[in-house]
Write a protein of this length. Sequence first.
Length: 524
Amino acid sequence: MARLFLGLDSSTQSLTAVVIDADARTTVAEVSLAFDATLPAYGTRNGVLRGDDPTVVHAPPLMWAAALDRILERLPREGVDVASILAVAVSGQQHGSVYLNASAPAALAAPDPAKGLADSLSGILARATAPIWMDSSTSAECAEITRAMGGPAALAQATGSAAFERFTGPQIRKFFKTEPTAYARTAHIALVSSFVPSILAGRIAPIDPGDGAGMNLMDIASKRWHPGALAATAPGLDAKLPPIADSWSVVGPVAPYFVRRHGLSPKALVLAGSGDNPCSVVGLGLVEPGMVAISLGTSDTYFGTMPACRVSAEGEGHVFGSPAGGYMSLVCFKNGSLARERVRDALGLDWAGFAAAIRDTPPGLDGKSLLLPWFEPEITPRVLTPGVRVRGLAETDRARCRAVVEAQMMSMRIHTGWMGVRPGRIYATGGASANREILQVMADVHGCPVFRFETTASAALGAALRAFHGWSAAAGAPVPWPDVVRGLAEPVAASRVDPAPGVAPVYEARVRAYAAFERESAAG
Ligand code: ADP
Ligand code: XUL
């Protein structure tokens, strides 16, 4: 009998299932259900509910429960032998919070297979909707928590991130302040990534250090709740939060509901859930310290792995627990493809022309020209007033193509230096990773090989791989991470781009000059 493992990614717009065969090293099925189209009764648009205040963005938790029934009904139709699934792990959109009343544990234990999950669980909510990561209505609460914790740097040192509107702690504080009675009625607070496993296991599931770090509530060094942060957020919070447990811990076997209604094995295990970015780190094969992925999308995002906990002194980026052990960083650079497109369009080029312009110019340019790519306000480094700053480059100079990409790569090197780990290899994903010249600059500036990584559903795949890993550990024969991901989360063969010989000293000097130009520009 095949050994199958199920990963579920409950994301903003859809629920995605990936089933892997651990022995054949193949993906057996990948199914995605869009919430709007599949469950129109919940009235979401792009998976969310909005009201008059554009900063408030919520979603209906019962829709996520209903989607679980739907996707488990789909799997047999996709040819999956669901009885062969040995374990399931969940990935969830990060930060979103679900508020449950005291009836939740009993209701979760025994949904009625005849009624389905949404109807069976309709009485468990202490708050009808869940604020999600797109909600930005908690600036006042961020300021209050930051003040109580001794400032942004202190909060980042304690919890891995400065306060952000979408983080769960500020969201909980707002709920406590605006709806104190409903807050008092709340017996359990779950994240999306612990709510879905709670349903699957029929009991309140723990929160893992991957998603727990997205709350401004977890002590990042010890991976336990931070008493000071809890006190700064809302009274009585300790009693409402589940414990924090390792990402690979077992919550329990699937609830009898899933055996009776969906034909799962009563022995199938449910693992602790994690956030979608932590799960993507596994789905991108970043299972050893020093492995880095850079996603070149609308924005550029740097995912790093590190063996020990380190937090940026400036509060740059986020530090989360990695579900593969140790820690991961998530650092967002807003001026990614956006900036590359602006330079390309101003010069009237297509992507082939942009690539040729990079090829035709020397690494480091002339040693003098520099460009700061802040077309839009920048997240890393924090730049509130946008504006491109240029040194030694005319408006019509095709060297601007190289200048913008070098700037982005040097900025990434500078603003991830706090991790204390130089990358040993980088996996490049996202639309712009199709451009080999961009990957060459990446390899040259970072001084390590770059590989192209094609992703589909990396969070759901990461969850499926976590299910395999956690199950093997629970069975007493833990499979090492490199073997867990082998053949399933690997870069495109033959896509390796090595640093050009001799360029390392050029960029050592350029990086210092860029950092100085950045400091001067930010100060001025
Ligand atoms: P997202 O998922 O963040 O919306 P994608 O990862 O799909 O973005 O990447 C889309 C971006 O990829 C486009 O905005 C475009 O600028 C960029 N892109 C596509 N092809 C190329 C190319 N050959 N060279 C550079 N950039 C490219
Ligand atoms: C990360 C974040 C988003 C969500 C998307 O901090 O807010 O990436 O996890 O699902």
